[in-house]
Design a protein around this ligand. Sequence first.
Ligand code: F0G
Length: 374
Amino acid sequence: MTTHYTGLIERYRSRLPVGEKTPIISLGEGATPLIELVNLPKRIGKNVRLLVKFEGLNPTGSFKDRGMTMAVTKAVEAGSKAIICASTGNTSAAAAAYAARAGITSFVLIPEGKIALGKLSQAMMHGSVVIQIKGNFDAGMRLVQEVAESMPVTIVNSINPFRLQGQKTAAFEIVEELGRAPDFHALPVGNAGNITAHWIGYSEYAGQNTKACVFCQGACAYQQGGGSAKRPVMLGYQAAGAAPFLRGAMVDNPETVATAIRIGHPMSWKQAWTVKEESGGWFDECSDEEILAAQALLARTEGVFCEPASATSVAGVLKSLAQGRIPEGATIVCTLTGHGLKDPDTAIAQSTRPVTVEASREAIEQVITRNMAG
Ligand code: F0G
């Protein structure tokens, strides 16, 4: 028996819309670690079980790979020769990589000057046609939808329903690892595709329907059941400068240091409200300072380096714990959506600068002495 892992489509084949002949485009995505935080709960003095699903360890460094393996697989199956997306960076990196793997063309629209360096390098290196627009993500999303009406390109943003089908597998993995659904599941929210996908996954696993699923609309064809009937309370956290779910209306000029979620017109607006209602959850917002503090706390106390947007889930949970909205004793999973290496500029800007010394033993010993505790 082989133990070679070949990606989430093979692993969850029976729960995904693929057939025997579907040509699967995979880079071995999924099966990311669910890391129990050991230092952070002690530090905040809360008796909770806090785990992070580190999606930054996917092939291109973000959760987008889960959706992209499905979207590109289905595009190729349908005979498409080109894909297109608007992106704050991670979707473009994933689209570029999976298109390269499939041998098709990718076009990515990104907001000029507003995507993290690592993500830009990925799209460029994988040979994507990178189109920088003088506008934000929301403008890019509108343009992609217009262009796809007349050009032979398949949209691989999360409005492509196969994306959410791939992304729902993160919820399967969590239930299988924990042996049950967590009490709370927290995610950063931009377009709100991922929170919707997780809810679809948890619902399907629990044998329950959700109106958030465009495939089933309350009677899911892929529903398997068999898991526990329990589903988590879903928590969606936004950056304060890009928080349409808190304002209850679209935001025209979103701004945040967490460029991945610099989105004012979420595509899965209706679905995310359904998720909130069906799960009994809530939306909340975090300031840029709270987001960066959570990112640094994770890196320095737990050894986990995620990108700023990803830390919004942890920043939000810290806030909800402090407010008593999440009770002691709870099991909480936070999704860390992308790797910290995606955005080296932001990491360097908030860290201690390296010291420069002579290349001598004495100089190194001095630095050690100066920095030893006590
Ligand atoms: N975290 C990261 C690191 C992201 O890149 C994104 C979205 C999100 C969270 C929000 O997920 O949109 O499903 O609510 N990034 C998209 C992109 C928009 O283009 O890479 P969502």
